[in-house]
Design a protein around this ligand. Sequence first.
Ligand code: HAX
Length: 441
Amino acid sequence: MSYIKEKFKAKADELGAEVKDLLKNHGTKKVGDVTVAQAYQGMRGITGLVTETSLLDANEGIRFRGYSIPELREHLPKAPGGAEPLPEGLFYLMLIGELPTEADVQNLSSVLGRRSHVPNHVFDAINALPLHTHPMTMFTVAVMALQTESVFAKAYAEGMNKKDYWSYMYEDTLNLIARLPRVAAYIYRRKYKNDQHIQPDGMLDWAANFAHMLGYEDEGFKELMRLYMVIHADHEGGNVSAHTTHLVGSALSDAYLSFAAGMNGLAGPLHGLANQEVIKWILDMKEELGGGVPTKEQIDAFVRKTLADGKVVPGYGHAVLRKTDPRFTAQQEFAKKHLASDELVQIVWRVYETVPGILGDLGKVKNPWPNVDAHSGALLLHYGLKEYEFYTVLFGVSRALGVLASLCWDRALGLSLERPKSVTTEWMKEFVEGKVDASAE
Ligand code: HAX
């Protein structure tokens, strides 16, 4: 067993004992109540899940095992000559709960490199789809095709002991994370670059190799990929992609099945697809106004038109956050350092000066501030990655780090099949009239 796997097992045994204790001594203690509105309106604010890898604070933003994004950028190991954290390090942190050393990160980089082989039938499955297929559809199809490689599914079919679930989930997790950049890059090159594929470079770290396979050799783009893969990796457990992965995994579906399910959620425009919607919206605005950086008055008018047309302003708002997303701020800092004069970046910043006031004045929007998706497109476009339908695939590759680390924990802690209670509106009406007793259900 590798030393990282052994370390994970030791941590899991330790936490497993604490959870057992917690359940034995406090299992009946309430962590909250559920209102009728919460049952209808997306279960906001209900504490009903446990996710070890990260925790979201409405005002401060995300913390990964206690570390904020600025702290990660400071403390996680970097590539030689680089300034941005290596995503392998974040994966280690989420999995083990401790900051990795340089050696841990190098070890993970080479383990992922060794496991990155993608069988040909996966490429055949992608090739079988028409070219106009959305890249996120290609991505989930490819992940499903990769499921043939699940060691968890194979071991389960052969009759595995439940004590070993975590071990096979761990293997699937590393294999899948190792393979995703190759799969995603293949989709990109097939759809947008005439099927001209680029072989992996085993000397590069995970994110830089991904950039290389996509066809981007600029050091700035590689740094952007490292940062991008870190900040999109995890956002506690309740968001659609994380929750779906966890839910499907709770049926003992393997990592491939669970992750593909999560990716179908990420592909929704209110979640990960918002990153393509943002850039589409900005490019539409630019075109309508005849090019250049629009004035605040012009942006104001375009935002109001978007709202009047019954659409949301993409990249703004959040179900939990109530301040500017620190993932937006991290990208803004990157842009200030590397591409401050870029025209699209200037527009993103001017939109930031304009939109929160308008959304705030509507009175109903709980968070008028930008989220992670408001900035990323402008950075990618700067380096030439203009095919915005592909942006959510980049998000998906990154999200694998968090949701798959969480799946390892789910199996190590033996978390149960997820199955909340649902009721009908008829039941709700009888409940509010005092005719049924919720505690009896
Ligand atoms: N533009 C216009 N209206 C918005 C809005 C926005 N950016 N954000 C919220 N609202 C509206 C809602 O549509 C809702 O209107 P109705 O009552 O008429 O239905 C009202 O304000 C209250 O919504 P909320 O409670 O503030 O927000 P929710 O928790 O329901 O939804 C969303 C959160 C992120 C889905 C929402 O803010 C939104 O649609 N934003 C735009 C899409 C987007 O950027 N999504 C990415 C989110 C981050 C993420 O997951 N990235 O992957």
